[in-house]
Design a protein around this ligand. Structure first.
Ligand code: C5P
Length: 227
């Protein structure tokens, strides 16, 4: 594998652990790029569904992944061709569909190079499930952020409500548990901490505390300056 062009901080963990918030804060503070790798799987699943492709048709989905017209616009909007899919990919059903296509090895391989291309100067903060184990194994700082399933369901519930989307706490907890199970049990890049990851359980931590712990680790590795 070729070395990434720039330093990478990887943040992996189950859905709803607070990875997105942490990554955005880190990328903003460092002035680095941000890769939301889950969005790739979400957009691919949506693209497949719109084209009538079964979510277990690995070869067709992998072929579509290679030419996926996905674009991250400045400001955070996500585009599929000429459609703004920013909201459509954030529903719980879209997350479930994403985790189905993400279990397919040909799909993961098809998205690998596209993810590595995000490692551009001055640096990249990469959010996902296999950023530290598979996509950027040479990253100088790897974080694995977890939290209990009920805490994650509650956070996701608040996020969806804030976006004006429908949400049901019990259904979200069931869905998070189903997604955890699928993400951890799959043979292709299962969700697990890298051997050299800093593991943080955010169940009882505020985002500022999580950020502080990661910032200290980044300082120790010379990835950022004091202040
Ligand atoms: O992070 P997010 O919830 O958007 O990811 C949606 C789904 O995509 C996850 O449940 C997981 O199955 C899959 N995923 C993955 N590898 C990544 C990022 C996401 O398998 N690096």
């Amino acid at each position: 594998m070729t070395r990434p062009e720039a330093p990478v901080i990887t943040v992996d963990g189950p859905s709803g652990a607070g990875k997105g918030t942490l990554c955005e804060a880190l990328a903003t503070r460092l002035g680095w790029h941000f890769l939301d790798s889950g969005a790739l799987y979400r957009v691919l699943a949506l693209d497949g569904q719109q084209a009538g492709v079964a979510l277990d048709d690995a070869e067709t989905l992998a072929a579509r992944a290679r030419s996926l017209a996905l674009r991250f616009a400045p400001g955070g909007a996500v585009w599929l061709g000429d459609q703004d899919v920013s909201l459509a990919i954030r529903t719980d059903a879209a997350g479930q569909a994403a985790s189905q296509v993400a279990a397919l090895l040909p799909v993961r391989e098809a998205l690998l190079a596209r993810q590595r291309d995000f490692a551009q100067a001055p640096g990249l903060v990469a959010d996902g499930r296999d950023m530290g184990t598979v996509v950027f194994p040479e990253a100088p700082l790897k974080i694995f952020l977890s939290a209990s399933a009920p805490a994650r369901a509650e956070r996701r519930y608040k996020q969806l409500k804030e976006k004006g989307l429908d949400a049901n706490l019990r259904a979200l907890l069931d869905s998070i548990q189903a997604r955890d199970e699928r993400d951890q049990a799959r043979s292709a890049s299962p969700l697990r901490p890298a051997d050299d990851a800093l593991v943080i359980d955010s169940t009882a931590l505020a985002i500022d505390d999580v950020f502080g712990a990661v910032w200290r680790a980044a300082l120790q590795r010379g990835l950022c300056a004091e202040g």
